[in-house]
Design a protein around this ligand. Structure first.
Ligand code: FAD
Length: 321
Protein backbone atom coordinates (compact mmCIF):
# COMPACT_ATOMS: atom_id res chain seq x y z
CA UNK A 1 0.00 0.00 0.00
CA UNK A 2 1.02 3.64 -0.39
CA UNK A 3 -0.60 7.03 0.22
CA UNK A 4 -1.15 9.86 -2.29
CA UNK A 5 -1.93 13.45 -1.32
CA UNK A 6 -3.15 16.12 -3.73
CA UNK A 7 -1.44 19.49 -3.19
CA UNK A 8 -3.81 22.19 -4.40
CA UNK A 9 -2.19 25.51 -5.35
CA UNK A 10 -3.61 29.01 -5.41
CA UNK A 11 -1.83 31.17 -8.00
CA UNK A 12 1.20 28.86 -7.87
CA UNK A 13 1.47 28.88 -4.06
CA UNK A 14 0.50 26.29 -1.47
CA UNK A 15 -1.66 27.36 1.44
CA UNK A 16 -1.30 26.06 4.99
CA UNK A 17 -4.15 23.59 4.39
CA UNK A 18 -1.91 21.78 1.85
CA UNK A 19 0.86 21.31 4.41
CA UNK A 20 -1.74 20.08 6.91
CA UNK A 21 -2.97 17.53 4.34
CA UNK A 22 0.61 16.43 3.58
CA UNK A 23 1.40 16.08 7.32
CA UNK A 24 -1.84 14.13 7.81
CA UNK A 25 -1.20 11.88 4.81
CA UNK A 26 2.35 11.23 6.05
CA UNK A 27 0.93 10.17 9.43
CA UNK A 28 -1.32 7.65 7.60
CA UNK A 29 1.67 6.39 5.63
CA UNK A 30 3.62 5.98 8.88
CA UNK A 31 0.70 4.11 10.50
CA UNK A 32 0.99 1.61 7.63
CA UNK A 33 4.79 1.57 7.23
CA UNK A 34 4.54 2.88 3.71
CA UNK A 35 5.48 5.90 1.63
CA UNK A 36 3.76 9.14 0.72
CA UNK A 37 3.57 10.65 -2.76
CA UNK A 38 2.34 14.21 -3.30
CA UNK A 39 0.90 15.36 -6.61
CA UNK A 40 0.63 18.96 -7.79
CA UNK A 41 -1.26 20.01 -10.93
CA UNK A 42 -0.81 23.41 -12.60
CA UNK A 43 2.04 25.90 -12.71
CA UNK A 44 3.99 25.71 -9.46
CA UNK A 45 7.69 26.66 -9.23
CA UNK A 46 10.23 23.99 -8.23
CA UNK A 47 11.04 25.69 -4.89
CA UNK A 48 7.41 25.71 -3.89
CA UNK A 49 6.99 22.07 -4.95
CA UNK A 50 10.02 21.06 -2.88
CA UNK A 51 8.25 22.44 0.21
CA UNK A 52 5.99 19.36 0.04
CA UNK A 53 9.07 17.32 0.98
CA UNK A 54 9.50 19.51 4.09
CA UNK A 55 6.28 18.07 5.51
CA UNK A 56 6.92 14.42 4.77
CA UNK A 57 6.29 13.63 1.08
CA UNK A 58 8.78 10.97 -0.08
CA UNK A 59 8.01 11.64 -3.74
CA UNK A 60 6.64 14.77 -5.47
CA UNK A 61 4.85 14.45 -8.82
CA UNK A 62 4.40 17.58 -10.89
CA UNK A 63 1.83 17.77 -13.68
CA UNK A 64 2.36 21.02 -15.49
CA UNK A 65 0.83 21.33 -18.93
CA UNK A 66 -0.93 24.34 -20.43
CA UNK A 67 -4.13 22.35 -20.70
CA UNK A 68 -4.20 21.78 -16.95
CA UNK A 69 -3.05 25.30 -16.00
CA UNK A 70 -6.50 26.17 -14.63
CA UNK A 71 -8.53 24.01 -12.27
CA UNK A 72 -11.03 21.74 -14.06
CA UNK A 73 -12.79 19.37 -11.69
CA UNK A 74 -13.24 16.45 -14.07
CA UNK A 75 -9.75 16.64 -15.61
CA UNK A 76 -7.94 17.09 -12.26
CA UNK A 77 -9.89 14.14 -10.83
CA UNK A 78 -8.76 11.96 -13.78
CA UNK A 79 -5.12 12.96 -13.26
CA UNK A 80 -5.25 12.25 -9.52
CA UNK A 81 -6.93 8.87 -10.13
CA UNK A 82 -4.29 7.96 -12.73
CA UNK A 83 -1.48 8.99 -10.36
CA UNK A 84 -3.09 6.91 -7.63
CA UNK A 85 -3.11 3.88 -9.92
CA UNK A 86 0.48 4.50 -11.06
CA UNK A 87 1.65 4.80 -7.44
CA UNK A 88 -0.54 1.88 -6.34
CA UNK A 89 -1.94 4.14 -3.64
CA UNK A 90 -4.68 2.71 -1.45
CA UNK A 91 -5.41 6.02 0.26
CA UNK A 92 -5.83 9.40 -1.46
CA UNK A 93 -5.95 12.54 0.73
CA UNK A 94 -7.43 15.79 -0.57
CA UNK A 95 -8.04 19.04 1.39
CA UNK A 96 -11.75 19.63 1.98
CA UNK A 97 -11.52 23.09 0.37
CA UNK A 98 -13.98 24.58 -2.11
CA UNK A 99 -12.31 22.73 -5.02
CA UNK A 100 -11.44 19.68 -2.91
CA UNK A 101 -15.13 19.15 -2.12
CA UNK A 102 -15.79 18.75 -5.85
CA UNK A 103 -12.69 16.69 -6.54
CA UNK A 104 -12.82 14.09 -3.78
CA UNK A 105 -16.09 12.36 -4.81
CA UNK A 106 -15.03 12.35 -8.47
CA UNK A 107 -11.70 10.71 -7.60
CA UNK A 108 -13.56 8.20 -5.41
CA UNK A 109 -15.89 7.25 -8.27
CA UNK A 110 -12.99 6.80 -10.68
CA UNK A 111 -11.15 4.55 -8.20
CA UNK A 112 -14.22 2.71 -6.95
CA UNK A 113 -13.19 3.97 -3.51
CA UNK A 114 -15.06 4.59 -0.28
CA UNK A 115 -14.92 8.23 0.77
CA UNK A 116 -14.73 10.08 4.08
CA UNK A 117 -15.38 13.73 3.22
CA UNK A 118 -15.12 16.35 5.93
CA UNK A 119 -12.65 14.19 7.89
CA UNK A 120 -11.36 15.66 11.16
CA UNK A 121 -9.17 12.88 12.55
CA UNK A 122 -6.58 10.31 11.59
CA UNK A 123 -8.02 6.89 10.76
CA UNK A 124 -8.25 4.42 13.62
CA UNK A 125 -6.83 1.26 12.07
CA UNK A 126 -7.16 -1.02 15.12
CA UNK A 127 -8.54 -4.56 14.58
CA UNK A 128 -7.94 -4.27 10.83
CA UNK A 129 -10.64 -1.58 10.51
CA UNK A 130 -10.35 1.86 8.96
CA UNK A 131 -12.53 4.21 11.03
CA UNK A 132 -12.58 7.98 10.52
CA UNK A 133 -14.35 10.77 12.39
CA UNK A 134 -15.97 13.24 10.00
CA UNK A 135 -18.50 16.03 10.04
CA UNK A 136 -22.09 15.05 9.16
CA UNK A 137 -25.45 16.72 8.48
CA UNK A 138 -23.92 19.96 7.15
CA UNK A 139 -21.59 20.17 10.15
CA UNK A 140 -24.34 19.78 12.78
CA UNK A 141 -22.86 16.50 14.02
CA UNK A 142 -19.83 14.28 13.86
CA UNK A 143 -20.01 10.71 12.56
CA UNK A 144 -17.51 7.88 12.60
CA UNK A 145 -17.47 5.98 9.32
CA UNK A 146 -15.71 2.77 8.40
CA UNK A 147 -14.19 2.59 4.94
CA UNK A 148 -14.31 -1.04 3.88
CA UNK A 149 -13.18 -0.65 0.24
CA UNK A 150 -9.62 -1.44 -0.88
CA UNK A 151 -9.18 2.13 -2.16
CA UNK A 152 -10.06 5.02 0.12
CA UNK A 153 -10.45 8.76 -0.42
CA UNK A 154 -10.26 11.19 2.52
CA UNK A 155 -11.13 14.88 2.28
CA UNK A 156 -9.54 16.59 5.29
CA UNK A 157 -11.15 19.70 6.81
CA UNK A 158 -8.62 22.58 6.90
CA UNK A 159 -7.34 23.46 10.41
CA UNK A 160 -8.25 20.03 11.79
CA UNK A 161 -4.70 18.61 11.66
CA UNK A 162 -1.43 20.27 12.54
CA UNK A 163 1.45 21.02 10.19
CA UNK A 164 4.42 18.80 11.08
CA UNK A 165 7.91 19.42 9.71
CA UNK A 166 9.39 16.14 8.51
CA UNK A 167 11.94 16.85 5.78
CA UNK A 168 12.61 14.07 3.28
CA UNK A 169 14.67 16.05 0.77
CA UNK A 170 12.35 14.86 -2.05
CA UNK A 171 12.65 16.78 -5.31
CA UNK A 172 9.81 17.28 -7.81
CA UNK A 173 9.64 15.00 -10.83
CA UNK A 174 7.47 15.44 -13.91
CA UNK A 175 4.49 13.14 -14.21
CA UNK A 176 2.88 12.81 -17.64
CA UNK A 177 -0.63 11.55 -18.14
CA UNK A 178 -2.88 11.16 -21.15
CA UNK A 179 -5.88 13.44 -20.74
CA UNK A 180 -9.37 12.64 -22.03
CA UNK A 181 -11.08 15.21 -24.25
CA UNK A 182 -14.34 14.47 -22.45
CA UNK A 183 -12.80 15.96 -19.27
CA UNK A 184 -12.55 19.40 -20.87
CA UNK A 185 -16.19 20.15 -21.63
CA UNK A 186 -16.35 23.05 -19.18
CA UNK A 187 -13.25 25.25 -19.09
CA UNK A 188 -12.34 27.78 -16.44
CA UNK A 189 -11.33 30.90 -18.33
CA UNK A 190 -10.70 33.48 -15.67
CA UNK A 191 -11.00 34.10 -11.94
CA UNK A 192 -11.51 37.72 -10.94
CA UNK A 193 -10.72 38.33 -7.29
CA UNK A 194 -13.20 40.67 -5.67
CA UNK A 195 -10.95 41.39 -2.70
CA UNK A 196 -7.39 40.92 -1.47
CA UNK A 197 -8.59 40.25 2.07
CA UNK A 198 -8.10 36.93 3.86
CA UNK A 199 -10.26 34.31 2.15
CA UNK A 200 -13.06 33.13 4.45
CA UNK A 201 -12.87 29.33 3.89
CA UNK A 202 -9.11 29.34 4.60
CA UNK A 203 -9.08 31.88 7.43
CA UNK A 204 -7.48 30.96 10.74
CA UNK A 205 -9.42 33.71 12.51
CA UNK A 206 -12.95 34.82 11.58
CA UNK A 207 -14.73 37.88 12.96
CA UNK A 208 -18.42 37.36 12.26
CA UNK A 209 -21.40 39.59 13.01
CA UNK A 210 -25.16 39.32 12.90
CA UNK A 211 -28.36 41.30 13.07
CA UNK A 212 -27.33 42.60 16.50
CA UNK A 213 -25.14 45.09 14.63
CA UNK A 214 -28.36 46.91 13.56
CA UNK A 215 -27.20 48.01 10.10
CA UNK A 216 -24.42 47.97 7.48
CA UNK A 217 -23.11 51.36 8.68
CA UNK A 218 -21.83 49.65 11.84
CA UNK A 219 -19.47 47.17 10.14
CA UNK A 220 -16.49 49.57 10.35
CA UNK A 221 -15.57 48.24 13.80
CA UNK A 222 -15.94 44.61 12.62
CA UNK A 223 -13.59 45.24 9.71
CA UNK A 224 -11.13 47.10 11.92
CA UNK A 225 -11.01 44.26 14.44
CA UNK A 226 -10.64 41.71 11.61
CA UNK A 227 -7.79 43.70 10.01
CA UNK A 228 -5.96 43.97 13.33
CA UNK A 229 -6.24 40.21 13.89
CA UNK A 230 -5.45 39.23 10.28
CA UNK A 231 -8.93 37.71 10.19
CA UNK A 232 -11.63 37.26 7.56
CA UNK A 233 -15.05 38.85 8.09
CA UNK A 234 -18.25 36.80 8.02
CA UNK A 235 -21.93 37.27 8.81
CA UNK A 236 -25.21 35.50 9.50
CA UNK A 237 -27.71 34.79 6.72
CA UNK A 238 -30.23 37.57 7.46
CA UNK A 239 -27.38 40.07 7.28
CA UNK A 240 -26.41 39.03 3.76
CA UNK A 241 -30.09 38.60 2.75
CA UNK A 242 -30.66 42.23 3.76
CA UNK A 243 -27.69 43.29 1.62
CA UNK A 244 -25.72 44.60 4.61
CA UNK A 245 -22.83 42.32 3.65
CA UNK A 246 -21.97 40.29 0.50
CA UNK A 247 -23.37 36.76 0.19
CA UNK A 248 -19.79 35.45 0.04
CA UNK A 249 -19.57 36.19 3.81
CA UNK A 250 -22.68 34.23 4.77
CA UNK A 251 -21.72 31.37 7.08
CA UNK A 252 -23.90 28.39 7.95
CA UNK A 253 -25.93 25.52 6.59
CA UNK A 254 -26.87 27.42 3.44
CA UNK A 255 -23.61 29.37 3.27
CA UNK A 256 -19.93 28.68 3.76
CA UNK A 257 -18.60 26.19 6.31
CA UNK A 258 -15.54 27.47 8.14
CA UNK A 259 -13.09 25.75 10.50
CA UNK A 260 -10.86 28.50 11.89
CA UNK A 261 -8.74 28.34 15.03
CA UNK A 262 -10.77 31.26 16.40
CA UNK A 263 -14.37 32.25 15.53
CA UNK A 264 -15.61 35.49 17.11
CA UNK A 265 -19.41 35.81 16.87
CA UNK A 266 -20.75 39.30 17.54
CA UNK A 267 -24.49 39.96 17.84
CA UNK A 268 -25.41 36.54 16.39
CA UNK A 269 -28.05 34.50 18.21
CA UNK A 270 -26.55 31.08 17.38
CA UNK A 271 -29.40 29.47 15.44
CA UNK A 272 -28.74 25.84 14.54
CA UNK A 273 -28.45 26.73 10.85
CA UNK A 274 -25.65 29.18 11.66
CA UNK A 275 -23.87 26.75 14.01
CA UNK A 276 -23.89 24.14 11.21
CA UNK A 277 -21.25 26.15 9.39
CA UNK A 278 -18.90 26.78 12.31
CA UNK A 279 -18.97 23.61 14.41
CA UNK A 280 -15.41 22.60 13.55
CA UNK A 281 -13.97 25.93 14.78
CA UNK A 282 -11.34 25.31 17.46
CA UNK A 283 -12.20 28.21 19.83
CA UNK A 284 -15.49 30.11 19.75
CA UNK A 285 -15.89 33.52 21.39
CA UNK A 286 -19.40 34.95 21.64
CA UNK A 287 -20.33 38.58 22.28
CA UNK A 288 -24.06 39.00 22.81
CA UNK A 289 -26.14 41.20 25.09
CA UNK A 290 -28.60 38.36 25.79
CA UNK A 291 -27.14 35.91 28.34
CA UNK A 292 -29.70 33.32 27.14
CA UNK A 293 -28.54 33.48 23.50
CA UNK A 294 -28.15 29.87 22.23
CA UNK A 295 -24.66 30.66 20.95
CA UNK A 296 -23.36 30.59 24.54
CA UNK A 297 -24.05 26.83 24.68
CA UNK A 298 -21.25 26.18 22.18
CA UNK A 299 -18.97 29.07 23.21
CA UNK A 300 -15.54 28.52 24.75
CA UNK A 301 -15.55 32.13 25.97
CA UNK A 302 -18.46 34.54 26.23
CA UNK A 303 -18.79 38.25 26.89
CA UNK A 304 -22.33 39.26 27.83
CA UNK A 305 -22.81 42.87 26.84
CA UNK A 306 -23.42 45.45 24.17
CA UNK A 307 -21.28 44.92 21.07
CA UNK A 308 -21.09 48.69 20.58
CA UNK A 309 -19.25 48.99 23.91
CA UNK A 310 -17.22 45.76 23.82
CA UNK A 311 -15.87 45.72 20.25
CA UNK A 312 -14.23 49.20 20.48
CA UNK A 313 -12.62 48.12 23.78
CA UNK A 314 -11.36 44.93 22.13
CA UNK A 315 -9.92 46.97 19.27
CA UNK A 316 -8.06 49.22 21.73
CA UNK A 317 -6.80 46.18 23.66
CA UNK A 318 -5.51 44.48 20.47
CA UNK A 319 -3.83 47.75 19.38
CA UNK A 320 -1.95 48.09 22.65
CA UNK A 321 -1.07 44.39 22.90
P1 FAD B 1 -31.00 37.33 15.23
O1 FAD B 1 -31.59 36.00 15.42
O2 FAD B 1 -31.93 38.48 15.09
O3 FAD B 1 -30.04 37.56 16.50
C1 FAD B 1 -29.39 38.77 16.77
C2 FAD B 1 -28.63 38.57 18.06
O4 FAD B 1 -27.92 39.77 18.35
C3 FAD B 1 -29.52 38.27 19.26
O5 FAD B 1 -29.04 37.11 19.94
C4 FAD B 1 -29.38 39.50 20.15
O6 FAD B 1 -29.39 39.20 21.54
C5 FAD B 1 -28.03 40.02 19.75
N1 FAD B 1 -27.88 41.47 19.90
C6 FAD B 1 -28.77 42.45 19.58
N2 FAD B 1 -28.24 43.67 19.83
C7 FAD B 1 -27.00 43.44 20.33
C8 FAD B 1 -25.97 44.30 20.79
N3 FAD B 1 -26.09 45.64 20.76
N4 FAD B 1 -24.84 43.74 21.25
C9 FAD B 1 -24.69 42.39 21.30
N5 FAD B 1 -25.62 41.53 20.88
C10 FAD B 1 -26.78 42.06 20.39
N6 FAD B 1 -28.66 31.55 9.33
C11 FAD B 1 -27.33 31.65 9.17
O7 FAD B 1 -26.66 32.45 9.84
N7 FAD B 1 -26.70 30.85 8.26
C12 FAD B 1 -27.34 29.95 7.49
O8 FAD B 1 -26.72 29.26 6.68
C13 FAD B 1 -28.77 29.83 7.64
N8 FAD B 1 -29.46 28.94 6.90
C14 FAD B 1 -30.81 28.81 7.13
C15 FAD B 1 -31.53 27.83 6.43
C16 FAD B 1 -32.88 27.67 6.68
C17 FAD B 1 -33.63 26.60 5.91
C18 FAD B 1 -33.53 28.48 7.61
C19 FAD B 1 -35.00 28.31 7.89
C20 FAD B 1 -32.84 29.46 8.29
C21 FAD B 1 -31.48 29.65 8.05
N9 FAD B 1 -30.75 30.62 8.74
C22 FAD B 1 -29.39 30.69 8.58
C23 FAD B 1 -31.40 31.62 9.61
C24 FAD B 1 -31.29 31.27 11.08
O9 FAD B 1 -32.36 30.39 11.44
C25 FAD B 1 -31.37 32.54 11.96
O10 FAD B 1 -32.57 33.21 11.67
C26 FAD B 1 -30.21 33.50 11.74
O11 FAD B 1 -28.99 32.81 11.89
C27 FAD B 1 -30.28 34.61 12.76
O12 FAD B 1 -29.33 35.59 12.44
P2 FAD B 1 -28.77 36.54 13.57
O13 FAD B 1 -28.29 35.72 14.71
O14 FAD B 1 -27.82 37.48 12.92
O15 FAD B 1 -30.05 37.41 13.98
Amino acid sequence: MSVLVYAENADGKFKKSVFEAVSYARAIADQNNTTLTAISIGNVAADELSALGQYGAHKILNVSTDKLKNFINQAYASVIAKASEAEQADVVVISNTFSGRGLAPRVAVKLGAGIADGAVSLPDTGNGKFLIKKTAFSGKAFATVELTSANKVIALIPNSYKVIENATGAKPEDFTVETNESDFKALLKEIVKSTDKVSLPDAEIVVSAGRGLKGPENWGMIEELADLLGAATACSKPVSDAGWRPHSEHVGQTGIAVSPNLYIAIGISGAIQHLAGISSSKVIVVINKDPEAPFYKVADYGIVGDAFEIVPKLIEAVKTY
